[in-house]
Design a protein around this ligand. Structure first.
Ligand code: GTP
Length: 371
């Protein structure tokens, strides 16, 4: 796919005849969803994170959230391209409780997010983190361990860095003492009061997307052929970016992208809906151009039902809009091909397992059919 895209970008021939049909539905829909666990001590902010990122709850409203007393499972898929399950755990969960089948839970887990309240004393949180990580690793060494040093909005910049260094050192020392240096923990400074929580979640989710290197490669080719400085592939609903090119991401740029998505959705809701109930504020026609007063242009275009490409470029590069649009067209087709391949693999796997099932026969010769 990348090769096809590269040739199309540089030589500019018509790719229509070689492309698969446009994806008509969510390309991830028929897939087993990776599981993301949210764990940590009571009141560390787990439910708030979930509500703010996936339910658009305003941060101030989280003050009134009640304590979670059972595991809350939620599918993030129908309204969004990013497809996974989030399990929010109550803070007081006890691994030694025989009714808590942690082996079953960890076995199907893609990422474990452990939330530490940075405004509180974190000694207990660190020992809980150690216990959780070691247990989970024994059951499933493939889990990504992500530590959110949370509620950093109350801390100065120096203080944040200091806390992160201290928590990083202590957590890794504990693992080294237990002879488990091979366990890798990733650390993020987060707060629901700014974009840091969305950025951290983006990185967690990206690690669960197997096509990430291909997506990054496509973005690199797209920007280098179009005179673009930075490009993000965004899940519009959650404002999680699922991929970006290989240049570094700075928080301000990411925040601008989130603001642009908000503007596009808000304006479309007010002026873009035709009154028919099936209409959505985001569709094939969705695009926006914003000229900033520092000679930078922001360009947003629809890629799939759930994805948007948001680019940053200089005003002089935007003069070649025709080229950018042509390259975008190739990029979009390449993305569709990536997911078409994936869908084919999923379909053939499904077919294979169905065949295996139907071959199983009960002793009197009747076939057992899967449900
Ligand atoms: N300052 C600040 N407060 C936060 C942040 N995130 C959450 N909180 C507050 O932390 C408190 C606890 O949040 P919850 O989301 O209920 O915590 P929890 O970890 O789900 O708690 P349990 O359900 O008891 O396990 C709430 O009052 C939130 O408003 C943050 O980023 N900054």
């Amino acid at each position: 796919v990348v090769n096809t895209f590269r040739t199309c970008c540089s030589q500019g021939y018509d790719i229509h005849s070689r492309q698969p049909e446009r994806l008509k539905s969510d390309p991830f829909s028929s897939e087993v969803k990776p599981r993301i666990l949210l764990m940590g001590l009571r009141r560390s902010g787990k439910s708030s994170i979930q509500k703010v990122v996936f339910h658009k709850m305003s941060p101030n409203e989280t003050l009134f959230l009640e304590s979670t007393n059972k595991i809350c499972r939620e599918d993030v898929s129908n309204s969004s391209f990013v497809s996974f399950q989030i399990w929010d755990f109550p803070g007081q969960i006890d691994f030694f409780d025989p009714t808590f089948d942690y082996e079953m839970i960890f076995r199907g887990t893609g990422a474990l997010i452990f939330v530490i309240d940075s405004q509180d004393d974190y000694v207990e949180a660190l020992s809980r983190l150690h216990l959780t990580v070691t247990r989970a690793y024994k059951v499933n060494p493939d889990i990504n361990f992500e530590v959110f040093i949370h509620k950093v909005d109350g801390l100065s910049d120096d203080h944040k860095i200091e806390k992160q260094r201290d928590i990083h050192k202590r957590a890794n020392d504990d693992l080294a003492d237990a002879g488990l240096e091979r366990i890798h923990l990733s650390f993020y400074l987060t707060s629901i009061y700014d974009h840091s929580i969305f950025e951290a979640f983006s990185k967690v989710v990206q690690k669960l997307i197997p096509q990430l290197p291909t997506l990054e490669n496509l973005l690199n080719i797209f920007i280098s052929n179009s005179g673009i400085e930075k490009a993000f592939l965004f899940d519009v609903v959650s404002k999680i970016y699922i991929a970006t090119d290989s240049s570094p991401v700075d928080m301000q740029t990411y925040e601008l992208c989130c603001d642009m998505i908000d503007v596009v959705i808000d304006i479309s809701c007010i002026y873009g809906l035709t009154g028919d109930e099936a209409g959505t504020p985001y569709d094939k026609e969705s695009m926006a151009i914003i000229h900033l007063n520092n000679t930078t242009v922001m360009y947003l275009k629809e890629v799939t039902k759930f994805l948007a490409l948001v680019c940053f470029l200089r005003e002089e590069s935007f003069e070649r809009k025709g080229l950018i649009d042509y390259n975008f067209h190739c990029f979009k087709k390449a993305i569709e091909e990536v997911f078409e391949v994936r869908l084919k693999v999923q379909r053939s796997r499904k077919l294979l397992s169905q065949r295996r099932w139907s071959k199983q026969t009960v002793p009197n010769g009747t076939q057992v059919h899967p449900h």
